[in-house]
Design a protein around this ligand. Structure first.
Ligand code: CO
Ligand code: CO
Ligand code: CO
Length: 318
């Protein structure tokens, strides 16, 4: 979208210029609107689970921005003759159940015929215009928290090849179907939360780069602290995805990785995530309390690094 002129409308508070995945539009006399859209091809075999993941993933950017999702429109593409109508119904049902869990109303949607299945939602939420969280705002000294383990791309590729152990599949599905709702709610009470994004297609390093660029800082990741889904390192080398390779090409130049880091670990750090966790920059003196508040809300948040003053590398992996 870099060729599209930037908006000069003062009601647009956040748009694509900060590489955030949702935009914010202020609505006279009330909360601001936060809007986002996400849809993708199936990453698991079960249609109901695919629908749940698609919904959790589409809602996530509203939570990442500090908002609450209110309404959703389905976006669907299905092959005309080869897909069982019961499977289509199951996809919609899974999505609907997850929207309900989020307290989000499904208003409608649009379906087209396409040889490749695609499904997701456009989501609209509300956000306090004074409490919007973006990639910008992280400050040197902040700690970085991550609320879900990494590795859904590697496990998803292994599922397609029939190589994924059941334990890894179960853990990945549990993670991808978990809303970022509880994490976002826990975060809301903390004035020390300076920046937030969700970790999705660009992987942990890519989204960390976006925080670093947006905030004009450098992000340091302690690789040994990064939570991983089961078997991710064992599966990494034989389950590289195209997205992982392009993330590495695109973000690798601005990333400095300690020579001791194994190839498997590097692959995991560049692995594109689906419905990943929140990556939060929080003032160091509020980090413990935020981790505790998240734990009480059933969210396992892990401190994975810190924010440094800007240096040449945008992301430093120790
Ligand atoms: Co996002
Ligand atoms: Co998104
Ligand atoms: Co229509």
């Amino acid at each position: 979208m870099s060729d599209i002129p930037l908006s000069t409308d003062p009601r647009v508070l956040v748009d694509f210029r900060t590489a955030d995945d949702a935009g914010v539009y202020v609505w006279e006399g009330g909360p601001a609107l936060v809007q986002t859209v996400d849809f993708f091809t199936p990453i698991v075999d079960d249609p109901y689970t695919y629908g749940r993941i698609a919904a959790a993933n589409a809602l996530s950017d509203v939570y990442a921005m500090g908002g609450e999702p209110r309404t959703a429109l389905a976006i669907a593409a299905f092959p005309k003759d080869t897909l069982d109508p019961a499977d289509i119904a199951a996809i919609f049902r899974g999505g609907y159940d997850t929207l309900r869990e989020a307290g989000t109303a499904l208003l409608g949607g649009h379906t087209v015929a396409d040889p490749e299945i695609k499904f997701g939602y456009a989501v609209t939420g509300a956000v306090d215009p004074d409490r919007i969280l973006t990639n910008a705002g992280a400050r040197p000294g902040d700690l970085l928290l991550l609320t879900k383990p990494i590795g859904t791309g590697i496990i998803g590729t292994a599922i397609k090849k029939g190589q994924a152990p059941a334990e890894a599949v179960e853990a990945a599905i549990r993670s991808m179907t978990t809303l970022n709702k509880a994490a976002a709610a826990a975060m809301r009470g903390f004035t020390g939360v300076h920046a937030c994004t969700d970790v999705t297609g660009f992987g942990l390093i890519g989204h960390s780069t976006e925080v670093a660029v947006g905030s004009d800082v450098t992000v340091q990741i302690d690789s040994q602290s990064v939570p991983l889904l089961p078997e991710v390192l064992a599966l990494a080398a034989s389950n590289r995805s195209g997205g992982m390779t392009s993330n590495r090409l695109y973000f690798g130049d601005r990333t400095k990785i300690a020579p001791a880091a194994t190839e498997e670990l590097r692959l995991a750090l560049f692995d594109p995530q689906t419905s990943g966790g929140l990556l939060i920059a929080v003032a160091a003196d509020q980090a413990d309390e935020l981790v505790r508040a998240m734990r009480e809300a059933g969210v396992v948040a892990t401190a994975i690094g810190r924010v440094l003053p800007a240096e040449d590398a945008r992301v430093v992996v120790r």
